[in-house]
Design a protein around this ligand. Structure first.
Ligand code: ADP
Length: 405
């Protein structure tokens, strides 16, 4: 059979390598080309070996159809000789393989050339023959080295391509998250605009009532009270809305940093104590609590919301205490009040957006029904949990946990 023209094979190999976008295609192309180039020399397999500890594993096996595959076959008989090629990076010949398991695979001589794919990956390109003394001409050895060099280059190119692909995938995922966050924000804005309309219509309706007709003094007082209630609700909605749209407080992308919860509690309690002389505000912080990695601003927002509720919903004053404990691998902050409490039926609903209790005692207490929903969103984002224990007319304890890392 006529020996193929190596120049042509070389060019077609370059083309094939250029077109291969995954390692599998590259291996196939390489091995087909080598087989074609050395057809006259009785090569029956072209393989890629990979050292694993002191052994070699056949990582790829391109063999004649009648031979059985050696993929993942372990070759433990050659470690010393293999070490030598790894050191020298030369063409290495093993021309008379006798009585070894390789003979079972019809391998009686072989030639290996080391490939340096990366710092940690040393592979060996191996051509085998079913005859002894697979001795290549000098020119063939040079050709094999040239193919090996291109192969090395192509593998690193493909690896780079895959790394870039991973980066593209990561960016696409980030983009999806941003789209979801954007959707959440749009929903929140829609909800808030809708909620703003209700008190606004009350104010417009009741003020029209006042202007269009003469009323007895008592009725005027009642209408004015309705207007005031609606205006208060509007004001609460606006201040909560402003709070969550503050660019320094980003509910959707927390800024994680070391955080001293004890200090946050002390500062918050001291600030509330100045403004709320009718209540006794205190804290109880467990010794040796750990510094945790979390978003300080968001935790402070939750704490302030819960303390503010404890004050608001204890209209007769009383003690409000904040404690920091360390159950299991968590840190737990609890805010306890002796206020109006929440019925069992309403407890699961109060974390829903815009939910306000139907308890007549809260009619005169202003609020938007957004605070607890925001607290829950924040604590969930920070991988914690929030819950309430409460009894009507006795008081409530809101607790949130955060992981200790
Ligand atoms: P807001 O206080 O603005 O109405 P929140 O989301 O903070 O909204 O609270 C939702 C509801 O939960 C409140 O309307 C109130 O009925 C109830 N609530 C919250 N905190 C307490 C508390 N400490 N004691 C009693 N009821 C509370």
């Amino acid at each position: 059979m006529e020996t193929p023209n190596k120049e042509q094979i070389y060019i077609s190999f370059l083309e094939a390598v250029n077109n291969a976008s995954d390692p599998e295609t590259l291996f196939n192309n390489t091995f087909q080309v080598i087989q074609q180039a050395f057809r006259a020399t009785h090569i029956n397999r072209v393989q890629l070996w990979k050292p694993i500890a002191n052994e070699m594993s056949v990582y790829f096996d391109y063999c004649e159809p009648k031979e059985s595959s050696m993929i993942k076959y372990r070759i433990s008989v050659l470690p010393e000789k293999i070490k030598k090629i790894l050191e020298k990076r030369k063409i290495w010949k093993y021309l008379d393989i006798k009585g070894e398991s390789l003979n079972n695979f019809n391998i009686f001589s072989l030639i290996g050339i080391e490939l340096r794919i990366s710092e940690k990956d040393n592979w060996i390109l191996v051509v085998t023959s079913k005859q002894k003394d697979l001795n290549l001409e000098k020119e063939d050895e040079i050709f094999l080295s040239k193919l090996a060099a291109i192969f090395e280059f192509a593998v690193s190119k493909i690896e780079r391509f895959h790394k870039n692909n991973d980066q593209i995938k990561r960016l696409k995922n980030q983009n999806l998250t941003l789209i979801e966050q954007d959707q959440l924000k749009t929903n929140l804005i829609n909800n808030i605009s809708h909620e703003l309309r209700t008190p606004l219509s009350s104010i417009l309706g009741f003020s029209n009532l006042l202007l269009n007709k003469k009323h007895p003094e008592e009725t005027i007082k009642e209408i004015a009270e309705q207007i005031q209630q609606a205006a208060n609700r509007l004001s609460s909605l606006l201040s909560d809305f402003l709070q969550i749209s503050n660019p320094a407080i980003n509910l959707w992308t927390p800024k994680i940093e070391p955080c001293d919860l004890g200090e946050i509690i002390k500062t918050s309690i001291e600030e509330f104590a100045i403004l709320n002389r009718g209540h006794k505000l205190c804290y109880n912080i467990s010794d040796n609590y750990p510094i945790i990695n979390t978003d300080q601003k968001l935790v402070r927002l939750v704490l302030d919301n819960l303390i503010s509720n404890a004050v608001k919903y204890s209209p007769n004053g009383g003690t409000i205490s904040v404690s920091l404990e360390l159950p299991k691998k968590e840190i737990m902050v609890s805010i306890l009040d002796k206020g109006i409490g929440i019925s069992k039926e309403e407890q699961p609903k109060i974390f829903n957006r815009f939910y306000r209790s139907s308890n007549p005692r809260i009619k005169s207490i202003t609020g938007s029904g957004l605070g607890l929903a925001i607290c829950k969103e924040i604590i969930t984002t920070l991988n914690g949990k929030i819950e309430v224990k409460s009894e009507l007319s006795k008081g409530s304890t809101f607790s949130f946990t955060l992981p200790v890392n």
